[in-house]
Design a protein around this ligand. Structure first.
Ligand code: NAD
Length: 376
């Protein structure tokens, strides 16, 4: 295939994707569902350790709903690096089929082989799942009460640099080119979700973050579409920032408490939310939601921490992250009281225990026992 044919194919695929998005406006109404199936996926590295904690906690918290058949916690096997490499599939077909039978997913981190790992070049399972399940909004709250910080990030989850991450081209030894995509429907639905959240939670400020002065087409479009959606929400104060100064703003205690809802394209969202989570107490403390119309997936924001496993300290992984994600899941399906019970227990654990992830302090087992005791 020549470069021009490669580029033409990419454009055709993206046009077809937009057609598919325009045709599907399905939204699951969980209040009307008789049964909700939650698929649980262990993932790699510390994944099985933190997922074991979360499963035990949910089994206790949702014991009545599980007994009555309203909720099913369904274990989904096979989303491991070994199985993905054996089948040479990012998400093996049988695993994807099992996932699509669920309504929601609670997922442990999955390893993506990087350059220099001497492993086959398979794409990130997350990127595939976000695309396959059309999980367009990545939502990450960060709360630091002592600094009066209450942020929630709405990161676009299926476009930007990630849409075509494995389809860049090495033209020759000297030149490599990657692609970045912004679509109208992809941006507007994210912006609408963020503004709806801002409106429903007391008209919080909304900040739009791009690098529209440099990436004039893709980020320029993202910014102007967000500003267009903002016109439907006249009570909300809106501002926009370039991603570099936003990275500085978040660590500037003079102004960081003024931000509430932050909307970002995919790559900037990936980076800025890890920075924000670090300010909250480390990636081990933060959960995230990947929301689509039909499906939603909840997970920790961190990865599989392979070094913790190599050093034999996996048992010191902090399960707060995935349990915070479970709180978001319970709120998403309208189980607000159950979410509040779990959130209170997690806050107490954060206060009483220390899990820095370096092999000192408390273990995941201590954490789980502490939370289980406080679930009533
Ligand atoms: P990482 O998030 O796994 O680790 C970063 C640092 O945070 C490490 O020091 C680690 O020990 C620490 N850490 C992570 N989780 C912790 C926890 N629960 N408790 C205490 N400390 C914790 O980042 P990485 O090393 O860049 O990535 C490892 C692998 O995970 C890569 O293959 C990457 O692609 C993958 N990854 C997966 C996801 C996902 O599945 N959602 C997200 C990010 C990275």
């Amino acid at each position: 295939m020549t470069y021009t044919e490669h580029f033409e194919q990419i454009v055709k695929d993206q046009l077809a994707r937009v057609e598919r998005l325009l045709a599907s406006s399905e939204m699951t109404d969980f209040s009307k569902k008789e049964k909700i199936i939650i698929g649980t996926i262990d993932g790699d590295g510390i994944g099985p350790i933190i997922m074991d904690s979360c499963r035990k906690i949910l089994e206790k918290l949702l014991a009545d709903e599980i007994a009555s058949g309203k909720i099913e916690l369904r274990t989904i096997d096979g989303l491991t690096l070994e199985n993905r490499i054996a089948k040479m599939e990012t998400v093996p077909q049988d695993v994807l089929a099992a996932i699509k039978e669920c309504d929601l997913l609670l997922k442990g981190p999955t390893t993506t082989p990087g350059k220099g790992d001497n492993l086959p070049n398979i794409e990130s399972a997350n990127v595939t799942l976000r695309r396959e399940l059309d999980l367009f909004a990545n939502v990450r709250p960060v709360v630091i009460p002592e600094k009066n910080i209450d942020w929630i990030f709405y990161r676009e989850n299926t476009e930007g640099e990630y849409a075509l991450g494995s389809r860049g081209v090495d033209i020759n030894e000297d030149i490599s080119i990657d692609f970045k995509v912004t679509t109208t429907i992809g941006t507007k639905r994210l912006a609408r979700a963020a503004f709806e959240y801002a409106k429903n939670n007391g008209n919080k400020n909304v900040s739009i973050v791009t690098k529209a002065n440099i990436m004039k087409k893709t980020d320029g479009k993202f910014l102007s579409l967000c500003q267009e959606v903002a016109k439907d929400y006249p009570g909300i104060k809106v501002d926009d920032w370039y991603v570099d100064i936003m990275a500085a703003n978040l660590v500037n205690d003079q102004i960081n408490s003024q931000f509430n809802v932050v909307i970002l394209p995919n790559l900037y969202g990936d980076i800025i939310t890890d920075e924000a989570a670090q300010l909250q107490g480390g990636v081990g403390t933060a959960g995230s939601a990947n929301i689509g119309g039909r499906y939603a997936m909840f997970e920790a924001i961190h990865g599989s921490a392979p070094r913790m496993m190599e050093d034999g300290i996996g048992e010191y992984a902090n399960p707060a992250s995935i349990n915070r994600a479970a709180v978001m899941m319970l709120k998403h399906i309208g189980f607000v009281q159950k979410a509040a019970i779990l959130e209170k227990a997690l806050d107490a654990a954060q206060e009483a225990l220390s899990l820095p992830g370096d092999g000192t302090g408390n273990t995941a087992t201590d954490f789980t026992a502490f939370v289980l005791e406080r679930l009533s």
